[in-house]
Every structure is written in C-alpha cells, then in structure tokens.
Design a protein around this ligand. Structure first.
Ligand code: SF4
Length: 480
C-alpha cells in the first residue's frame, strides 16, 4: 500500500468537481428519497448513466412511490425501463419489490445491510450504495471502477469487488467510505477509463503506479505528416449496437475513419445520430435484403469518390463492399461472405475473394490502398484459440486459409501481424459458453495494405475493451 490515499482522494475531489455527477448520487441529492435511490440503483447496474437517468425519469413519472410502483405490471415496467441492461430481470425485481416492502418493512426502504439484501434484485453493491446515498450510513460501495482503480493504485491487491470491499473496510479511513464511490465512478468514467485510461491528461499521472495499465495511445502528428486513426468494426447490427453505447465508443475511439460491417439496416431505418454522426461524413452500402449484411463508413474527411460494390450483383446486392477515395489513398471496407457451417458458401466466398483482390490490385496501381473489414477467416493457427478442432470449420478451412496465403504472398500486408506477433489476440468470440470472457476467440477482422504502403503503417491494434457486438474494433494508424 505505497500510495498516500489522503493525497490521492483530495486531488480527485478537486478534479471531479466539474465532472458529471453519477446518476444515483444526483437522484439522492435531488430527491432525498430512499425509494428513488433504491430503484435508480437497481436500474443502474451494468448500464450507462445516461440510460439510467432517462429510464429513472420515465419510471418515476409513473411510479414515484412504493404504492404507485405496485400498480405497474412487469410488461409495463419492461417498457418503461428499456434499454437498461438486463431490463427483463430488473422489471421482474421491481414488480416484486412493492409487496416485499409493504409486508416486511411497512412500505419503507430499510436501512440495514441485512434487510436491504432481503429485497429482490439487491446485492451488496446496491445495498451499500443505498445505505451511503439514501441514509448517509458509512458503507463502502465497491463499483467496478472502485475495485479497478484501487488495484491500479496498489492500494488493494484483490481479485473481486467483494474482496476489495473487505480490504477497504480495514484500511480506508472512514471519512472516505461514502464519497469514494462517487469520486472513483466519475473519475473512472471520464479519465481512468476501464480500457486505455487517459494517463496523458490525468491529475495523478506523476503519482500513480499504474499497476497493470495500458494507457491510451495518442496519434502522433510527427514531422513526417499526419497520422490517421482508421478503425474497422463488425457491429452485428448498427441499431443494436447503438443501444449498447455505440456513440460513447465512437467518442472514445475518436477515429478519423470508422468502417462498419454487418450494419443490417437501410440508411433511412437508422436513428438520426447514426445517419450522420456529428463531425463525420457518412456513406452506406446496404444489402437489398432487409436486416442483412451491409457496410457503412463514417469519415471526418469528405471522400473524393465513392465506389459502391465490386461490379458483380451476386455480391453487390448483399452490400458487401464500399470504397472511398481520398487524395492519398483508397479505403476499401469489406464484409467477406461467411462460408457457412455446412460450407455450402465456400465456393461463393472464394469467388468474392478473387474478385475483391483484383478490385483492390487495380486501385493499388493508382495510389495507396487500405483493405479492411471482417474477412471471415482466421489466417494462421496463432489467429484462433482452438486451431486443431476447427480445421474443417467455416473460417479456418484449408481453402479459406490458402486464399489468405495467396493474398498476403502477393504483397498485401496484414498490418496487425506486422506489428504484433503475440498469440491470443482475437477480434471475434462466439456468444456461446462465455467465450469472450474466456478469450476463446478468432482474429478474423483485418487491416491490410498494399506492399507499397508498408512505410505508412504506424501502429495496429485491437480494441478488445470495446463491447456491443460479438466482434471488437480493429485499428490502424496510417500515415496520410
Ligand atoms: S495515471 Fe492513468 S492509471 Fe493512474 S489514475 Fe491516472 S488515468 Fe488511471
């Protein structure tokens, strides 16, 4: 425990004065109502603050008291609180809450840990937050930010939030028990972010031991010219990912170009914020079939030319390729066909691959070409968790890997592998068997450039911390 916790928390107190106040604290201050604090805390689990704030507002407009909440059925509750995380479970808990409060606690929110834990949907974190915020009873609420940041500082060395709570009870001066959660939640949301924390502009930069931290990388604008941050992401449904914090991810990644695959929507079906995000020009190539495939690109710079498809209706009707021309390079955004589990589309995919390669090579005669997207193939054994078991499976068949061999041997550079030779670097995980948590994944999303553009590759990365899809974004820092 090498740090001076008083100093750290005093510095942070000043720092977060201008930050947004976490939503539950705000509700506590504004309403001073334990019922509302309890309900907002239940809603806030695994949910962004903005979403919690809006859902709480909708719900409290209909149910500001225990009795009013008792008048709403589960379906209505679901509608009111959607899209908070796990809204179905939370609606179930909220539906049961009034009866429990009425029978056991005379319709009042109890003020002991034991009683709070007896309520539906209330765990230690929620109970601690309610005790601290609604009743000002010294309690340490250990949100994931508190657990994470206390470990980064080396103030605790723990594996779970529960262990962190126990450790803090022993070491943290009591005066910080209540405020520590708000401080670190605000600080964790804005600066010491879960992935790629902003150490470059952190008030604690000179003091923090940064245990286990990989700070965000800033784009260099060197003497040699401007470096562009290009990001590619198979979002598995743009409308779906929008509900899971897409705009925050866009803000966090701050790409110059964002190439999206599997948008599964026509432009006009998208909310306004996605049709043209602030600061970006937007380009779309949707599939003819509704809700299927489709690609899009957001670019800070306006494209000189937009090329839709690769000149073959078999592929172009599926909205698989969109190319933008900029003064110094072309960007080809591709969603390669999946060969399907019975491999019935292996031939179709191979034809697409060959045509796409020819299309890219024709453009590369004129200027730099960047080909990005979901290639739907893991190239080598290092690119997936279980190569032996998957040799005959879609995405790792000898035929698909052979094309990727041809592609790279003809000069196209897999930029990530050029920069990173480490195993277990994946960009896609099955939704089954907690594959992402266990990192049983595949690297099937790529940024490749023509061989003449080798010197323009500045860095390559995979943003595994960005969630919302079964793929995560892949990144190329590319000299303009
Ligand atoms: S220096 Fe970096 S790791 Fe340390 S508190 Fe600041 S943002 Fe977090």
């Amino acid at each position: 425990m090498g740090i001076n916790i008083d100093r750290f928390l005093e510095i942070l107190k000043k720092e977060v004065e201008n930050y947004q106040v976490p939503v539950v604290d705000l509700i506590a201050v504004q309403t001073k109502d334990p019922f509302k604090v309890l309900v907002a805390t239940i809603l806030s689990a695994r949910t962004k603050d903005e979403v919690t704030a809006k859902a709480s507002e909708r719900l409290f407009a209909k149910a500001a008291t225990v009795a009013e909440l008792g008048g709403l059925d589960e379906k209505t509750l679901q509608k009111l609180i959607y899209p908070v995380g796990f809204y179905k479970n939370k609606a179930k808990y909220l539906a049961k809450l009034p009866e429990k409060l009425e029978v056991d606690f005379a319709s009042k929110v109890p003020d002991t840990m034991e009683d709070l834990l007896s309520l539906p949907g209330v765990g230690r974190k929620t109970a601690n937050l309610v005790l601290a915020q609604a009743f000002a009873i010294p309690a340490i609420c250990v949100d994931t930010h508190v657990h994470r940041i206390m470990n980064i500082w080396g103030y605790v060395e723990t594996k779970t939030p529960e262990q962190t709570e126990t450790a803090l009870r022993e070491t943290l001066p009591e005066e910080y028990w209540i405020p520590v959660n708000s401080l670190l939640v605000a600080f964790g949301q804005r600066t010491c972010r879960p992935v790629a924390p902003h150490c470059d502009r952190c008030v604690l930069a000179d003091l923090c031991p940064r245990i286990g931290v990989t700070p965000r990388k800033l784009k260099q604008a060197g003497a040699e010219g401007e470096v562009l941050r290009l990001v590619s992401w198979n979002v598995n449904g743009l409308r779906a990912v929008f509900k899971k914090g897409f705009m925050e991810s866009l803000q966090e990644m701050a790409p110059d170009v964002l190439a999206l695959q599997e948008i599964k929507a026509m432009e006009e079906q998208l909310p306004e914020a996605l049709q043209k995000p602030d600061g970006y020009h937007a380009y779309f190539n949707s599939a003819k079939r509704k809700g299927y495939s489709g690609v899009a690109i957001y670019s800070r710079q306006k494209a000189e030319q937009v090329i839709t498809g690769i000149g073959d209706p078999r592929f172009d009707d599926e909205g698989r390729v969109l190319t933008l021309e900029f003064p110094s390079y072309y960007l080809i955004n591709c969603y390669f066909p999946n060969s399907k589990s019975d491999l019935s589309r292996l031939g179709f995919k191979h034809k697409f691959n060959v045509l796409l390669q020819k299309f890219a090579e024709d453009l590369a005669r004129k200027k730099s070409v960047v080909v990005c997207g979901d290639f739907n193939v893991a190239h080598k054994e290092i690119d997936l968790a279980n190569p032996a078991q998957n040799r005959k499976n879609a995405g790792f068949t000898p035929e698909e890997c052979a094309w990727m061999d041809d592609f790279t041997e003809s000069g196209w550079i897999d930029t990530f592998r050029k920069k990173n030779k480490e195993p277990e670097q994946y960009s896609w995980w099955s939704y089954r068997s907690r594959a992402r948590e266990r990192n049983i994944g595949w690297r099937i999303d790529y940024f490749c450039v023509d061989k003449g553009s080798d010197v323009k590759i500045k860095d390559a990365d995979i943003y595994q911390h960005i969630h919302g899809s079964d793929h995560c974004p892949v990144v190329l820092d590319f000299l303009k």
